[in-house]
Ligand binder design. Structure first.
Ligand code: FAD
Length: 261
């Protein structure tokens, strides 16, 4: 199988990159083809701006979804974006490796998503009508592929537990796992989070990287997070609310969008 790893850390010798390299090494030794996009090493341009749409007439107001859709449809997106889109189509699985910064991903990785996930490629896909709201949340261009987060975090596991002060890790990662990965169709595997990362020593690295290697070996067999599919009958159209029949009214928030265990 083909695996694309996208990593976002400014220091080549960082723990995050060492975890990434352990993952890549295990995948290769398991017989997979692996490509790595190191966003800092590549000098990735993270901001969406007019330069992303070279065929937009001068003086025309930039409306990003429209410009993105027209550039995608006419093959006018910039080369760096097209190359990354080709990587996503090539890969059977995508891994995003990053340090948790302010409860989310580093800006450079967010900017990779903002630019690579063009209209018509990752959103605005499929029929939009009174009875259908596009191919998304379990369907879309990247359906049939798997995705997983490999995250380092300074906090302790308990800080991210059900009653931890930072909020549950599943909630914090929901916008990425559900909003960024499940949205264009990926089956999302449970994340691999290395806690207390700033205090990691060599012994800790050996143990943690071994756990990650096991997760890599199971990448194509592990059970994905059971997010509800948009077009699976659980949601009303066009309100996009969970139907009463799918879950009782007291089931709300992020957890409502997972099938019950
Ligand atoms: P590094 O600094 O590269 O390494 C960490 C430790 O691992 C070092 O002691 C290093 O020696 C050791 N190590 C052991 N083995 C190896 C090896 N083989 N290779 C490399 N290093 C090794 N944390 C949170 O929990 N929540 C937040 O919201 C949050 N926000 C942050 C925001 C910012 C802007 C910053 C800078 C940090 C934030 N943190 C937060 C902490 C952050 O998550 C950690 O600093 C980060 O995950 C550590 O990973 P790293 O790759 O940068 O580690």
């Amino acid at each position: 199988m083909n695996v694309l790893i996208v990593s976002a850390h400014p220091e080549p010798r960082s723990l995050t990159n060492a975890m990434r390299d352990a993952a890549a090494e295990q995948l290769r030794s398991d017989g997979h083809a692996v490509r790595v996009t190191d966003l800092y090493a590549a000098g990735w341009k993270s901001e969406v701006d007019r330069a992303d749409f070279p065929t937009l007439p001068p003086g025309q107001r930039l409306r990003v979804p429209q410009a993105s859709g027209e550039a995608f449809a006419s093959g006018a997106l910039t080369g760096d974006v097209v190359q990354q889109q080709e990587g996503l189509l090539w890969a059977d699985a995508l891994i995003l490796a990053f340090p948790l910064w302010w409860f989310s991903m580093p800006a450079i990785l967010k900017g990779w998503i903002d630019r690579v996930y063009a209209y018509g490629f990752a959103y605005g896909v499929g029929e939009h009508s009174d009875t259908r709201w596009g191919d998304r949340y379990g369907e879309g261009r990247l359906a049939g592929k798997r995705a997983m987060l490999v995250v380092t975090a300074g906090g302790w596991p308990s800080h991210y537990g059900p009653r931890g002060i930072n909020g549950p890790i599943d909630d914090l990662l929901f916008p990425i796992q559900h909003g960024v990965l499940f949205y264009p169709g990926y089956e999302v595997l449970p994340p691999f989070v290395s806690y207390r990362a700033d205090r990691m020593d060599e012994g800790g690295f050996e143990a943690t990287s071994q756990e990650l290697r096991t997760r890599m070996t199971d990448l194509f067999t592990d059970t994905p997070i059971p997010f509800r599919r948009q077009n699976g009958g659980d949601y009303a159209i066009p309100t996009m609310e969970l139907r009463q029949e799918a879950a009782p009214a007291h089931v709300t928030g992020f957890a409502a969008h997972r099938m019950p265990d």
